[in-house]
Design a protein around this ligand. Structure first.
Ligand SMILES: C[S@@+](CC[C@H](N)C(=O)[O-])C[C@H]1O[C@@H](n2cnc3c(N)ncnc32)[C@H](O)[C@@H]1O
Length: 179
């Protein structure tokens, strides 16, 4: 093995360790929404409403990059804790010149949703409980919430669509605040 091979191996090991570490820390891997899920999520967003679209755990940018490209006049925001996916999405943002996209390396629980009109997420049950708690305590503005696979535990969705993938994954839509 020469020096280049060793360096590459070291970089791959570091990348794997970084993903394993952040998966253990956040509770979910940076798995991307499938293309069918992504299309279904984008269909449910209410983009005619004024305000930002925020992805709560934006991963590699699977949702925020196409959204920012398609809607250059819309403010698109991502929150992502995992270093590698966040770095890749920031590189993509800059190389595509997406000035309407901001990607924070920050826990979405500490984010301000005041300017949001749409929230999207693909998380896990524990994070949906934390999100519900945050909505109840802090969010008074009207937001449409579109969640891949996982529901808010105590609220009835306005709509549930089962996408035609292997898992028949549900896409939940909520209109917050619930009356
Ligand atoms: C399953 S991925 C979804 C990625 C992308 N939204 C999509 O649908 O393709 C979930 C992401 O949420 C991130 N995440 C989990 N909890 C988070 C938190 N509290 N704040 C910010 N990011 C979080 C994880 O690091 C992971 O990359």
């Amino acid at each position: 093995m020469n020096l280049i091979d060793l360096t590459l191996l070291f970089v791959v090991i570091l990348a794997v360790l970084s993903i394993v570490w952040s998966t253990l820390k956040t509770g979910i891997s940076p798995m991307m929404s499938s293309s069918k899920a992504r299309d279904a999520i984008l269909d449910e967003l209410e983009l005619e409403k004024e305000g930002a679209v925020i992805d709560l755990g934006s991963g590699w940018g699977t949702l925020v990059i196409p959204l920012a490209k398609k809607y250059p006049n819309k403010q698109i925001v991502g929150y992502e804790l995992s270093l590698l996916p966040w770095s890749v999405s920031v590189i993509l943002k800059h190389s595509l010149g997406l000035d309407n996209l901001t990607i924070h390396r920050k826990d979405f629980i500490n984010a301000d949703f005041d300017t949001a009109s749409n929230l999207v997420c693909y998380l896990f049950p524990g994070a949906m409980i934390a999100l519900q708690d945050k909505l109840e305590k802090e969010v008074v503005n009207e937001v449409t919430i579109v969640s891949n696979t996982f529901a808010l535990p105590s609220y009835k969705p306005t709509k549930v669509t089962k996408i035609s993938d292997f898992y028949r994954s549900p896409i939940y839509v909520y209109h917050w605040p619930q009356k």
